[in-house]
Design a protein. Sequence first.
Lengths: 264, 293
Amino acid sequence: MTAIRREALASYAFVERNFNLTKRYWGWEVAFLVYAVAGALSVSLIGQSVGSRRLLMSLVVGAVFWNYLSVVFQSIGDTITWERWEGTLEYTMMAPVRRSVQLLGSALYAVVYGLIHTAILLIVLVLFFSLDLGHANLGAAAVFMVVGSASLIGIGMLAAILPMMSVERGSQMVFVMQSCLLLISGVYAPLPSSIGPLRYISELSPATYVLRGVRSALIDGSGPDWAEVAILVVMACFFIPVGLWGFGRAERYAKRTGKLKRVG
Amino acid sequence: MSIAVLETTQSPASGRPIAKEFRAGPAALLVEHATKGFKVDRRKPPVMAVDDVSIRIERGEIYGLLGANGSGKSTFIRLVSGLLTLDAGRVEVFGHDLARDEMAVKRLINRVSVDAAFFKKLSPAENLSFAARLYGLDAGEARRKAAEIMARLGIGEKRMGRPVEQMSRGMQQKVAIARAILTSPTLLLLDEPTTGLDPRSKLDVQAFIEELRADHDATIVLTTHDLAEADRLCGRIGILAGGRLTAEETPERLKTRVAFEHGLPPTLESAFMQYTGRSLDDDIEEGEAGQVE
């Protein structure tokens, strides 16, 4: 068997396992989806009540695409946490699988799962508010989604390090990281210049560019701003290798200190 | 491949010949001066879990590792599995150095631990399929092999689709063994695989371990608190105390030695008490009190 086929099979193992887990926890999946739909609807209703189509669209895009970005981030960030909960971490780490292959499999599933989740959410919101996406530039939105996902995957890998290094605090810190991304990324509206430093920090979050690009594509029908796409590409080229490197370092630390053994 | 007969012994419990032939070539497992300590308090020196342990295990052997709770058995197994890094020393599996050629070693080994850790909502088939793919097995081949192993362990096809959480502890442990065997490891690390099993399940697992050595050419390292099990299965036994290897012999020689040198009854329990400095009852009580090794 060629090395590439072996690695592809190993990557697929994580996709298949996560799919099986989603299937077995279908009740929770429905519950999370209902919660996501209710949350997106209630936020978007603010735009409806003000009577501004632009605000409504801006909130819908924010709610829907933040859902996608957070699902992808959380799925990858929880790669280690899940295994700790189930007590399987040592078995997975013992297998002859490179970490890049493991994380690629987790990321692939996260993106597919996130897209399905988001598509359902978008359909519900479009129907509920009778939104007309006739003049939206779906291609440009897709470009931002795809390129932005790569950066988010890199940050997710960095987040996955935390539960490896700290059993008790790791997943809590992933949650805090996700909350900070929500705050700085201008999810529901672009951050105003009056808030000072936070606005500059927001430029470090790939979600800022994704949401800005998707909003512009869906609301104004604009094409992709290639300068912003380039920034996302640079971010992906930075965050993915750094995430993999950090994950490897964290694994060595966990093996030195005996933290792979811990369950919880 | 040439075959060198190094040892012939007979288990008094089963009457079966064990460890009767070893092939020439690299050791199945070579551990030299393995040392591992853990810092539990920054102001104190590290606690030595494994302290300068050297063991050589030949291909086809079943090697038993006995010791009290906290003696370093599980740490030793984790070091060999690559789940912990060594502070000093080296580990070699069939000539592959664990530190330099980790992937090659990982392809040769698998492990069953006392806690049958699975994705409990997934079925045995789904858990086994995941393991098979990680080790590069084809899905069809994995399904066929898994069904064979599970049938041998007394788990029917009907059970293969139900969540693992609906299975008894004994069943779960059998699935854990099936998961390890599925990948055809040449070195199998069994860390208390029969702890907590009912007598029938225990016998099933023990018979399967013997079969693995005989039919699948597997080398097995077995840690156990069950001295009868060690006596039945193991060609050689090493005893760990405080992270150090305090004795290493065939079961028969251990019994003889403890009788001649210390005037104790010629049993493995006497040897355990002598070389660990404590009774088996102390050990079991501590284990039941929830001490983690």
